[in-house]
Write a protein that binds this ligand. Structure first.
Ligand code: UDP
Ligand code: MG
Length: 339
């Protein structure tokens, strides 16, 4: 096992306070009936296992009274923190808000609608302890509508697996456990929360998947329909682009540009030969147009590659993001402030 040990999932004492070992992050959008049961269920599972934890419920602009209930619960319970967003931003943004407020070494995410079962949390943690950076739940017996949910999800999971190279069965399952330092490296946009395993893979994470329980929705209704499939496909394009081009745009665009320009030059040389040596007229030849198009597109692609390289450098350097990720440094004590 070469990943840092998690055995200290108890309180973490630092200079500026005592932090819990585990943060449970829950995005909440109009889930007023489920909330009290959910919070009780999470708390009892974690207390049984004697973990030091905090529950972070992010209210994503609910309109059904979830906001007021959450405020009330946060007043009553010391283990609950409510992050109330100004309006409805969507599940990804809500999760990102929760991740940013989390203080634990391990972060667990799950849905507020009781479809995920908090009783599975210890299983995820046990797997994480084996040395993984991300453990994802797999809803083997998923309780959702077959035609509108299960089928699109099967196709999407297969496609995402192919494109990203991370073949897990169930990208859509919200019940996941992450090492906090992994999440700190990842930025979420659009509806990218379901691609977290793929983003994590780009960051070099070790990923595992374990079967988890899944219940049908008891209260409220699902916030998604078939339309989500298309948004997921668009996000998949983004991921593919990031995975392929983010590190070396010049390798792709520059190479393609050079090939096109080479072809253009070869055809141009042939036409010049006809004109200059054999004194033929070339003004009415379609090949002449092709030469112009090839040279121009080739040049443009090449410049695109150069611009891409510049943008990529700005991206990495402006954010202080190195192009590599270190899992662990062995044999040297790291001090605060040391790189
Ligand atoms: N959710 C959210 N903001 C939204 C939509 C959903 O925070 O705009 C939350 C919702 O409250 C739930 C989770 O995201 O906790 C998953 O939503 P839902 O159960 O509707 O999705 P499904 O399980 O049907 O895929
Ligand atoms: Mg649900």
């Amino acid at each position: 096992m070469n990943a840092p040990e998690l055995t200290s999932l108890v309180q973490l004492e630092t200079l500026d306070g005592v932090y819990p070992g585990i943060s449970v992050v829950v995005p909440v959008y109009n889930e007023v009936e489920s909330l009290p049961r959910l919070v009780n269920a999470i708390a009892s599972v974690l207390q049984e296992n004697q973990y030091h934890y905090e529950i972070i419920c992010v209210d994503d602009g609910s309109t059904d009274g979830s906001t007021a209930l959450l405020k009330q619960l946060a007043l009553e319970r010391s283990d609950l923190c409510g992050v109330l967003l100004r309006r409805n931003y969507g599940q990804t943004a809500a999760m990102a808000a929760g991740f940013n407020s989390a203080r634990g070494q391990v972060i667990i995410s799950l849905d507020a609608d009781l479809q995920n079962d908090p009783a599975d949390i210890p299983l995820l943690l046990a797997k994480l302890e084996e040395g993984y950076d991300l453990v994802s739940g797999w809803r083997q017996q998923r309780q959702d509508a077959a035609l509108t949910r299960l089928l699109p999800s099967k196709i999407a999971n297969w496609l995402i697996g192919k494109v990203t190279g991370v073949a897990i069965h169930d990208y859509g399952c919200s019940l996941k456990a992450y090492r906090a330092e992994l999440l700190a490296d990842m930025k979420l946009y659009g509806e990218l929360h379901r691609f977290l395993p793929a983003l994590a893979f780009i960051e070099g994470a070790k990923i595992a998947e374990i079967p988890v329980r899944h219940h049908s929705r008891q209260f409220g209704k699902s916030k998604y329909g078939l339309g989500r499939t298309f948004r997921v496909l668009m996000d998949l394009l983004t991921i593919w682009f990031m995975k392929t081009f983010l590190t070396r745009p010049m390798h792709v665009f520059g190479y393609l540009g050079l090939v096109l320009m080479g072809l253009g030059l070869a055809c141009g040389a042939y036409l010049s030969f006809l004109k200059l040596v054999l004194s033929q007229s070339i003004g009415d030849r379609p090949l002449l147009i092709l030469v112009a198009v090839l040279l121009l597109t080739g040049l443009q692609l090449f410049c695109f590659g150069l611009l891409g390289e510049l943008l990529m450098r700005t991206y990495h350097e402006s954010q202080g993001r190195p192009i590599y990720r270190i899992r662990e440094i062995a044999g040297r004590q790291r001090h605060k402030g040391e790189i």
